[in-house]
Design a binder for this molecule. Structure first.
Ligand SMILES: [Zn+2]
Ligand SMILES: [Zn+2]
Length: 292
């Protein structure tokens, strides 16, 4: 894949074209059964169980991601498995992903599997300069400031016996407002960035531009991303967008499978011990309570 960000979209496989999603065609796809690249070194049932409830995970998606200039990663796919239990989506998140360089443990009855779609990849078009003519951040900032000073004036005018208590409350409220504003900014940026292609389910950019976050909370620092077992750093490779949830036919009322975004980090060296499938690292970020 190329240097810029590439976007993935879910496309219904046309009837009679299901063959496109089979192993021999190195598919990128959502759901269904995993189309393993090779039988050797397949992960066993234990590796594909949820780390929280120990139930088997279902294939969430697989992405064909060969590395240019790496003969040993000429055929390379990333597999992300996810638990179907809604309770397991309170942090931390889904299992995986597994990276593989070339009958499995996952139950294959239809109610268990996620619906299957082909993932179609397109480069992200650079933003047009016209889009940046209005800066909503500035407007927001101006409104916030005047509100705050109004409140402060009110507070000064009150001068009641409860003043100390009110001051405390005001401070707490201001801190919360400030926090929400920072969060809103990040969510606003997220929305602006995806506005041109709101249906995107994947953003791929290995080692390039990092993920776009949905909130200011729970953004990983470098120390939060563990190194690969080979000792090399893990680098950002792609993120799974919340739009994918719309395609999974999961219950949208009450508690269900959920995330803001899932960021996948993989070994910078793409270490490859005898064509094994290797477990990589995923970071789940939720929407903050204020943004939805
Ligand atoms: Zn689970
Ligand atoms: Zn490694």
């Amino acid at each position: 894949m190329a240097a810029g960000v590439e976007l993935g979209f879910a496309g219904a496989a046309a009837p009679g074209e299901a063959w496109r999603l089979r192993s021999a065609h190195f598919p990128s796809k959502v759901g269904g059964r995993p189309a393993w690249l090779g039988e050797a070194g397949l992960p066993g049932p234990a590796a594909l169980r949820c780390g929280r409830c120990a139930q088997p995970c279902a294939l969430l998606l697989q992405l064909y991601a060969p590395l240019p200039g790496r003969a040993d990663a000429f055929h390379r796919s990333l597999f992300v498995f996810a638990c179907r239990g809604a309770a397991c989506y309170r942090p931390p998140g889904p299992r995986g992903p597994l990276r593989g360089d070339l009958e499995d443990a996952v139950p294959d009855h239809n109610e268990f599997l996620f619906p299957e779609y082909e993932i179609l990849i397109e480069p992200e078009e650079p933003e047009s300069p016209a889009d940046s003519s209005v800066d909503p951040d500035d407007e927001e900032g101006a409104v916030d400031t005047s509100e705050n000073s109004d409140k402060q004036e009110e507070l000064r005018a009150t001068g009641s016996a409860n003043e100390a208590l009110e001051c405390l409350d005001e401070e707490t409220l201001e801190a919360m407002a400030k926090h929400e504003t920072e969060d809103d900014k990040i969510f606003q940026k997220f929305k602006e960035r995806i506005a041109a292609e709101p249906e995107q389910i994947i953003r791929y950019c290995r080692g390039g531009e990092g993920p776009i976050w949905v909130s200011g909370e729970n953004i990983p620092e470098e120390k939060d991303i563990p190194n690969c077992s080979c000792g090399a750093k893990r680098i950002f490779e792609f993120q799974i967008m919340p739009q994918l949830l719309n395609h999974l036919k999961v219950d949208s009322l009450g508690e269900s499978i959920d995330w803001g975004t899932l960021a996948v980090y993989t070994c910078a060296n793409n270490c490859n011990e005898g064509n094994q499938y290797t477990e990589e690292f995923i970071w789940k970020q939720d929407f903050s309570a204020g943004s939805m």
